[in-house]
Design a protein. Structure first.
Length: 160
């Protein structure tokens, strides 16, 4: 009887529903960890996303931030206002377009973004540093396939 029960449990634990359950748990845990880390820095997820974008792309216009983050310009204005109030970013005139304003990291913002990046690398090591190259390659191959299917599903649901 135990062998039958174990076999059923084993089949249940490798079902598509079990895989989705684990991916959902992963997304919840990742979001909780990110939110906690960002809160320690005085940031929300949306504000941290803007800082990450600026850290990697350099000074940019609010319109470009709006496009990159796929949010409304009005939303970006509020987020940049809050970041500016926290001394994370500053608005400056665009050097070649009189009508445009650039958003750029302050020294405090650059230090905070660098700290975020250090945390990113440390976290990657904690999660995946124990895997061999072959294990990591297999994991990434599987994950890439899942992500591609998810992108297709999301694009269809959004009518794209």
């Amino acid at each position: 009887m135990n062998d039958i029960h174990n076999e059923e449990a084993s089949e249940e634990s490798v079902s598509p529903e079990a895989a989705l359950g684990r991916v959902m748990e992963l997304s919840f845990l990742m979001a909780a960890d990110m939110d906690a880390g960002q809160a320690k820095l005085g940031l929300t997820r949306a504000r941290a996303t803007i800082m990450w974008q600026l850290h990697h792309s350099g000074p940019t216009t609010q319109r470009a931030l709006s496009d990159a983050l796929k949010v409304t310009p009005r939303n970006i204005t509020g987020l940049v206002d809050a970041l500016e109030g926290g001394n994370f970013v500053v608005r400056t005139p665009h050097p070649t377009d009189r009508r445009a304003i650039l958003v750029k990291l302050t020294d405090h913002g650059a230090q905070t973004a660098a700290s975020m990046e250090t945390g990113w690398h440390e976290f990657a090591g904690q999660l995946f540093g124990h895997l061999s190259g072959a294990e990591l390659e297999a994991f990434l191959g599987t994950l890439d396939g899942v992500l591609e299917r998810l992108r297709t599903v999301v694009a269809r649901s959004l009518g794209a």
